[in-house]
Write a protein that binds this ligand. Sequence first.
Ligand code: UDP
Length: 237
Amino acid sequence: MKKKRVLIKFSGEALAGEQGFGIDTHILKFIANEIKTISNAGVEIGIVIGGGNIIRGVSAAKDGIIKRTSGDHMGMLSTVINSIAMQEALESCGISVRVQSAIAMEAFCETYIMRRAQRHLEKNRVVIFAAGTGNPFFTTDTAAVLRAIEISADMIIKATKVDGVYDKDPAKFSDAKRYDTLSYETALQDNIKVMDDTAIALAKDNKLPIIVCNMFKEGNILKIMNDDFSNCSIVKN
Ligand code: UDP
């Protein structure tokens, strides 16, 4: 396998599993094992986890009691909670991990420093980037693309519950077709929400391929690392 560096983005919701809120430790363990497989194969791995299983700024602010900016701060803190949980799961699999937060929280984790993150990756430590971009009005999708570019990742893997991007909802339409590849322009113009528009535009400007795959199928991420893209969609130029 050619030496690879990847950034994997999980939504917070994925961690919640059937319970719909919080963290399902069985899912954490499953993800940790998937990460272990590619880490053992020599892949350098950065991770961004969302916070939607705990709180999102938009929802927190919907009745006007909590300001959007404060809601977003709460959302960013949720990502730190998830990152610490993922760190534990990975460490219990014997993987060396560092959490780096965009907002200083030195009692819990390191503060994000790009060169330090790169050094960790070179030493085969998994780096979990927490607290999004550190700014309100952004999402963890954008944070994931930003970090992927900063660490010069070969690709970003958007780990979801479906095996790629479809022209319509595969849960509702039996004739829905999966794209093998699609361009950033198509994703933006046709409003295909692979990621939010800011994240797609940033990936486009920096020619970062976005791979959308089902993370709940065992071995899927390893397949991608072996250049087998048959079970996913690729967004690129
Ligand atoms: N957030 C933020 N700035 C960032 C990243 C995230 O303010 O750079 C906040 C925002 O409120 C967001 C929440 O953190 O709703 C959780 O992130 P996200 O919604 O992206 O999580 P996911 O949907 O991936 O679980």
